[in-house]
Design a protein. Structure first.
Length: 220
């Protein structure tokens, strides 16, 4: 990526960090708190994690996956926190950049739709070097794969081999969300750990082992 393209990505990130669409001109109810966009785009990373939205802990820390879900995701990838947060090698782009608030039952609301509509096309167009995007959860899977709303997460993850073998770049690898709420799903689908995870870890090792050009700087 050229220096001009790297600078353009940094400028785009600055725009996103100042975004207040979900509070000031929302699609529905406004965000009930001050927005705090949390994402880590990169001008050099070949691997991108496209997740759901920050939770309460991430909203406070300002760093993605600083919670038990992050611990599990790093275990799935078999990477250390230092490697996971190396923005030169790993980009992290959730579907919703800000914590969306809680529903009546105390669970997290879905990612705000304003984020993807306003920013995702521009953001991924600004990272043409990406080779593999991990689609963590059904929201990311539907947006990136262009699936209708009724497409199920299980069916999508079961199709991981076909998606990974596609010639188009970046390639996609769907994953369930690493939340404890999916413990039952993991128990019911042992193939995820025995078949998918070894391939995932091999892809991650391969992509992260490749040298990063010194002339390029990350955008965060």
């Amino acid at each position: 990526m050229s220096a001009a393209a790297t600078e353009a990505l940094a400028e785009l990130l600055s725009e996103i960090q100042g975004c207040r669409i979900c509070r000031d001109t929302p699609a529905g109810k406004p965000l009930p708190h001050e927005p705090r966009p949390v994402l880590r785009p990169s001008a050099t990373a070949r691997l991108c994690i496209c997740s759901q939205a920050p939770g309460t802990r991430v909203h406070v820390s300002g760093t993605p996956f600083t919670d038990p879900s992050g611990d599990r995701l790093r275990a799935w990838l078999d990477v250390t926190p230092d490697a996971f947060y190396d923005t030169t090698r790993v980009a992290i782009v959730p579907m919703g950049f800000c914590f969306p608030g809680h529903d009546a039952a105390g669970g997290d609301l879905p990612p705000r739709k304003e984020c993807a509509r306003a920013w995702h096309a521009r953001l991924f167009a600004a990272m043409p070097q990406l080779e593999l995007v991990l689609l963590v959860g059904s929201y990311a899977q539907r947006w990136h794969l262009g699936q209708p709303g009724g497409a199920g997460m299980t069916r999508t993850v079961q199709n991981w081999r076909t998606l990974l073998q596609a010639r188009k770049r970046p390639r996609y690898l769907p994953l369930p969300h690493p939340s404890w709420r999916n413990n039952g799903w993991l128990t019911a689908n042992p193939w995820f750990e025995t078949e998918l995870l070894p391939t995932l870890r091999g892809e991650v090792r391969r992509l992260m082992a490749r040298p990063v050009p010194r002339s390029r700087a990350h955008a965060s």
